[in-house]
Design a protein around this ligand. Sequence first.
Ligand SMILES: Cc1ncc(COP(=O)(O)O)c(C=O)c1O
Length: 436
Amino acid sequence: MREYLDAERLHVVRGKGCWLEDGEGRRYLDGNASVWTNVHGHGDEELDDALRAQLGRLAHATMLGLNHDAASALSAALAGLTSGRLSRVFFSDCGAMAVEVAVKQSLQYWQLTGRGERRRIVAMEHGYHGDSFGTMALGGAQGFHDRFAPWLYRVERMPAPVHEECAGEVRESDAARSLDWLDRYLAEHGRHTACLVLEPSVQGAAGMRQQPPGFVAAVAQRCRAEGVHLILDEIFVAFGRLGELLVSEAEGVKADFVCLAKGLTAGYLPLGATLTSEAVFEAFLGATSERRTFFHGQTFTGNPLASAVALKNIEKLRRPGVLEGMRRRAQTLGEELREAFGGHPNVAAYRQRGFAACLDLRPAGAGRSWDADLRAGHRVCLEARRRGLILRALGDSIPIVPPPSISDDELRFLITTLRASLDAVAPGLPDFTHFQ
Ligand SMILES: Cc1ncc(COP(=O)(O)O)c(C=O)c1O
């Protein structure tokens, strides 16, 4: 907080399209889509209208024992994303809760179906699922949650696969270590395992760490064979981020739970959703005296305003040509990245899939890193901000996560500004030659 308080602060007063504006009328390209949420840009007229129309009817009513049109319509639309296979939707109010709900439902399901010995939980190395206690335990993102480790429940950690790709060009790809571990683990503990939690395709907070194509399907097939629930956290990757509505559907993966938030409302309002099957739902049915109820109720769960805007978001993404356009522009992003940063002396690695890209920075010369306290990545982002581009570093990695509605010209502005910022900052940083 000291660094934040001492630095010049940026107060955003309005947004239009991919741009944010401060009180002095300076404009900034939103290069991290307001923490990976924004889909169609800020101030989108159709989303604004959908919100206003709902505001005229109902701003909020509890979903604990009641229902309302907005959430009903949205749950039908969400079920439609899996062609009705995951027909049951549990609403919450953020990504962490969407994941916690899935894990709790899985654990309760096994208890309700007489298989309470299924207690183990598997999650992937480098994962990030939120900052609540339940999701901190699942996460394997180093540094964020170490302080709370003594209070976290036990999770088995599957190694993450290795994959580096940009504009469809693959530099490295290996899933064997990961899948071998899973085979061995399931052979020994499969019958005592409740669920496996995974961010499919790209692990955002791990610095856009990628998985080889087919990896999620391979994990899904192994989980199914052992009867282990597969929980896919699509909070970051869905709704256009990787050029699809749902990544799992696009890859033909049939998960038991799909968790959604962030882009669900196109980045307008907080909303979480956990999708699951009729079979899981039915385990929770019974007389009150049987105590099968899923006791998890959040005050603003399924808020009508958030639901109305989410519904319009899905309608917009389903229109002919919209996702195709996003996929085409994502390819442009990859090509521009390669052009600007391939062989750059301060870029150790770069990768891109959809609108999830990342640069790993380093001092010129191989095998070294900057001292972490130098905050090299943060400095580059501050320089970019001076030049009209908002980015947010993860250590010395710079995620590039613009709204998928970004235009080709805006993409070029993003890349050239980032390149100019890196070139302005990196040569001036003291090089402590830390050998790795
Ligand atoms: C994959 C993933 N899951 C869960 C979360 C947590 O979402 P929220 O901040 O809405 O709780 C995030 C946030 O970055 C995420 O990237």
